[in-house]
Design a protein around this ligand. Structure first.
Ligand SMILES: [Zn+2]
Length: 93
């Protein structure tokens, strides 16, 4: 049986380490700008706890991590994105 080692990343909000697949990846793509879960370039990860993604400082933290100025409407897109990825089964983890 092949077991893949989980890739661990740190949530930029709570600074806890998680398996990458349980995090939302935000990437500043070289060509396409900000992308979720894909893209090439500087990336930041955030866990899916409401405490983290609804943190009032999350935009600032993302801007710092990605070295970018985010549009005001980014936060709406971001919240939609993270809540739509939030339906993974929580039980058994
Ligand atoms: Zn977090």
């Amino acid at each position: 049986m092949i077991q893949q080692n989980p890739v661990m990343r740190i949530c930029i909000s709570c600074r806890k380490t998680y398996d990458r697949k349980n995090l939302l990846k935000i990437t500043k793509d070289h060509k396409q700008g900000i992308m979720f879960q894909k893209g090439m370039g500087r990336s930041a990860y955030i866990c899916k706890s409401k405490k983290c993604y609804s943190d009032s400082k999350i935009k600032k933290k993302l801007q710092k991590a990605l070295k970018i100025i985010l549009e005001p409407e980014f936060i709406d897109i971001f919240e939609k994105e993270i809540t739509s990825h939030n339906d993974y089964p929580n039980k058994g983890i």
